[in-house]
Design a protein around this ligand. Structure first.
Ligand code: ADP
Ligand code: MG
Length: 238
């Protein structure tokens, strides 16, 4: 439903190069995790995929089609942020429905999709509440629900669990894994948490200073790291 190809992606902000010549293939239905130290370019790469940032060079292809010139709204991508970004004055139901209303989706379709997302994410009892009446974990589930109702080809998660405490992180991680199986969607997930990377990914991309150090399945990187950097990142507990 949403394969992704990156070809020779580079990005500079002024004289500062933050990404250099990134090539990547994410297969349809794949779960790819970007890991790497703070400032290595993970969010910038996600933003380029989403169309929120323009690459200085290179191509972004979704299902084999070049989307560089497509606006974010036309890329069939949904992004979930660490900060939730919910509207405080709107109920859970309206937070989830807003994007679809703006896209003039028929009312019956909106209701059906919100109901289905609420079921998947166990949000049914919370639909009438406002964000201030929710826990952090519940807010993040609403933010994920808002992505789900848009039925994107590609989900992008930027450190979605880093504001949650340890127990909630585990719960929400399990939910995301379940959602992935249920939706059969392609997901790209940024984290600096090794456990998240090892348990969620079928492919891990290790980034360092804007370059790819290694790409592989979790156990491949664990057993056969390409260099000391990868070994240190995947091997040592945080
Ligand atoms: P990560 O998500 O891996 O922590 P980022 O992609 O946010 O890293 O940032 C990579 C580098 O690019 C950092 O050095 C950051 O300061 C820089 N950067 C990100 N966005 C901008 C911007 N809009 N203008 C200038 N520099 C930026
Ligand atoms: Mg980041």
């Amino acid at each position: 439903m949403g394969s992704l190809t990156l070809r020779g992606i580079s990005k500079s902000f002024g004289a500062t190069e933050v990404l250099r010549d990134i090539d990547l293939e994410v297969h349809d239905g794949g779960f790819t995790v970007f890991v790497g130290p703070s400032g290595c370019g993970k969010s910038t790469l996600l933003r380029i995929v989403a169309g929120l940032e323009e690459p200085s060079a290179g191509d972004v292809l979704i299902e084999g089609e070049r989307v560089n010139d497509r606006a974010p709204a036309d890329r069939e991508i949904a992004m979930v942020f660490q900060s939730y970004a919910l509207y405080p004055h709107l109920t859970v139901r309206d937070n989830m429905a807003l994007g679809l209303r703006q896209a003039r989706t028929p009312k019956a379709t909106i209701e059906a999709r919100v109901a289905e997302a609420a079921r998947m994410l166990s949000l049914e009892p919370l639909l009438g509440r406002r964000p201030a009446e929710l826990s952090g974990g519940q807010r993040q589930r609403v933010a994920i629900g808002r992505a789900v109702v848009r039925t994107p080809k590609l989900f992008l998660f930027d450190e979605p669990l880093s504001n949650l405490d340890a127990a909630l992180r585990v719960n929400t991680r399990v939910e995301i894994a379940r959602l992935r199986r249920e939706l059969r969607a392609t997901m790209i997930y940024v984290t600096h948490d090794q456990t998240e990377a090892m348990t969620l990914a079928d492919q891990i991309v290790v980034l360092n200073a804007g370059r790819i150090e290694q790409i592989g399945a979790p156990m491949e990187l664990y057993r056969d790291p390409a260099n000391i950097f990868v070994a240190g990142f995947i091997g040592s507990p945080r």
